[in-house]
Design a protein around this ligand. Structure first.
Ligand SMILES: [Zn+2]
Length: 257
């Protein structure tokens, strides 16, 4: 198991700082900003030993160059990425060892075409999913198709309920408000909204989430539920024939919400 600590960056990003058994060795996920990582390392008297990248967007990769200038560390990331700073290219099905933990790599295109997720699959599974899965939400489709993102959601839904989900943005409250518009009768959404609102009032992160929780309230993981389907049909004013069409309609609805 990895210990994961969120380093806030920009307006609403989290850079996850990972630690194994050795407290002074840190790996960071998606360091968009080097300065906040450097001050975290200073405050914890820790040393950077690696970087994991999920996709090429600047708010996930912008700090890599400054960090690798100071630390000679491996930069893991997708082999098909337009981002040029990756030294350990990974593909769907790759396995890596990070801080004595085995991580499985899964291609999850949709938000971008190069997007990958990292899964630590042991007793307490942990998922580092970048901008693909958010608490009650999913990333915008900048490069991929609804079919690709639905396939990513199906992969996430196949993971054990207790899997912790380390998303990279604090979008939870806005996402839950939208989820509530899609499924007004879903009590799990009301409970999650209360919990997240309380946490944000104390300026605490709402993350990590869990796969079990997402299955209860994330509309993009619930595209086969009758309640989500009929709500999406009502919103777009036509019948939707399968989960991919439902996914596309819900995503489009959220874009204008
Ligand atoms: Zn992104």
């Amino acid at each position: 198991m990895l210990h994961a600590h969120p380093i806030p960056a920009f307006d609403d990003n989290y850079i996850w700082a990972l630690r194994g058994h050795t407290p002074d060795k840190i790996v960071v996920v998606d360091p968009g900003d080097a300065d906040v990582v450097l001050s975290y390392l200073r405050n914890h008297e820790a040393q950077l030993v690696g970087i994991l990248v999920t996709h090429h967007h600047w708010d996930h990769t912008g700090g890599v160059e400054a960090l690798t200038e100071r630390f000679n560390v491996p930069v893991y990331g997708p082999a098909n990425s337009p981002f040029s700073g990756i030294t350990e290219p990974l593909e769907d099905g790759s396995e890596i060892e990070v801080l004595d933990n085995r991580l499985q790599v899964r291609a999850v295109p949709g938000h971008t075409l190069d997007h990958i997720a990292y899964l630590q699959p042991d007793q307490r599974p942990q998922l580092f999913c970048g901008d693909t899965l958010f608490l009650a939400g999913c990333g915008r489709l900048f490069e991929g198709t609804p079919q690709q993102m639905q396939a990513a959601m199906d992969y996430f839904a196949s993971l054990p309920d207790e899997t912790e989900v380390f998303c990279t943005h604090e979008y939870s409250i806005a996402n839950l408000r939208f989820a509530q518009a899609v499924e007004p009768q879903n009590a799990a959404i009301t409970r999650a909204l209360e919990r997240c609102t309380e946490r944000r009032q104390d300026k605490r992160p709402t993350l990590p989430s869990t796969i079990g929780a997402e299955r209860q309230y994330n509309p993009y993981m619930r595209t086969r539920e009758a309640s989500v389907k009929s709500s999406a049909e009502q919103h777009c004013g036509r019948g939707l024939i399968n989960e991919i069409e439902v996914f596309a309609a819900v995503r489009e609805w959220k874009n204008n919400f």
